[in-house]
Design a protein around this ligand. Structure first.
Ligand code: ADP
Ligand code: MG
Length: 246
């Protein structure tokens, strides 16, 4: 399998506090990597560095056929952002814009598409997640699960090479979690390359090619879900899984 994402020696500090302490990660095209780990361990900071929402303090992030962004190279980091889509915990749709306007904004603003094409693309994507009838509505008129499905297809409208998710279901009512996870499963089945931070262990078991356990700014261990959940090697991983799996 060809490599889609290559991360080497990634570090990030805020002031004197180092939050990401030298992370290497390779993600193959079409692979789904799930990152688990305790709160405050640097998972969000790490994946925010992958689309340059945070500027790494050291190291490099390389996307296949695209940006090779080294720490400090701001232009390259900005290009990364266009190639890597991201879905956050709290939807982040613009509240004053219709669903359709939210979807069309980035592709038009960044010159990827004309308005006509952006509109057609947006409607087709909304159709795909069963939300074409919500195109003219404002985000507040949608449920959390619906808003999150819009956030996912809004990211897809930019035709990203890689899609990042940071706890995409953590803010949702329990009954709408699955409608979002199902969209993510479909994307995985279609071959989208994904890095997903989540506490949904069922999703990780079912969908991940590889699960990465992150703690205190480092990858402690990683492996296929059956191995990482069934026979974790490191004491720290065993301890964490013991707590979260009951
Ligand atoms: P996780 O996603 O695993 O919960 P985060 O990456 O959000 O962890 O946070 C890791 C640590 O970095 C936390 O101690 C957090 O307070 C700190 N942190 C995150 N963002 C900032 C920031 N912008 N400035 C200062 N500290 C931050
Ligand atoms: Mg987080």
């Amino acid at each position: 399998m060809s490599s889609m994402l290559r991360v080497r020696g990634l570090r990030k500090h805020f002031g004197a506090v180092e939050v990401v302490k030298g992370v290497d990660l390779d993600v193959a095209a079409g692979e789904v990597v799930v990152i688990i780990g305790p709160s405050g361990s640097g998972k969000s900071t790490f994946i925010r560095c992958l689309n340059s929402l945070e500027e790494p303090s050291a190291g490099e992030v390389l996307i296949a056929g695209g940006g090779n962004a080294q720490a400090g190279d701001r232009k390259a980091l900005a290009r990364l952002r266009e190639e890597v889509g991201m879905v956050f915990q709290d939807y982040t749709l613009f509240p004053h814009m219709s669903v359709l306007a939210n979807m069309m904004l980035a592709p038009v603003k960044l010159g990827r598409m004309g308005k006509r094409e952006a509109r057609d693309t947006a409607l087709a994507l909304l159709q795909r997640v069963g939300l074409a009838h919500k195109a003219e509505d404002y985000p507040a008129q949608l449920s959390g699960g619906q808003q999150q499905r819009v956030a996912i297809v809004r990211a897809l409208a930019m035709k990203p090479k890689l899609l990042l998710f940071d706890e995409p279901t953590s803010a949702l009512d329990p009954e709408t979690v699955n409608e979002v996870l199902n969209v993510m499963k479909e994307l995985a089945a279609e071959g989208m390359t994904m890095v997903v931070v989540t506490h949904e262990m069922g999703f990780a078991r079912e969908v991940a090619d590889r699960v990465v356990f992150f703690d205190a700014g480092r990858i402690v261990e990683s492996g296929p879900p059956a191995q990482l959940f069934g026979a974790p090697r490191e004491a720290r991983t065993q301890q964490f899984l013991g707590k979260v799996m009951g």
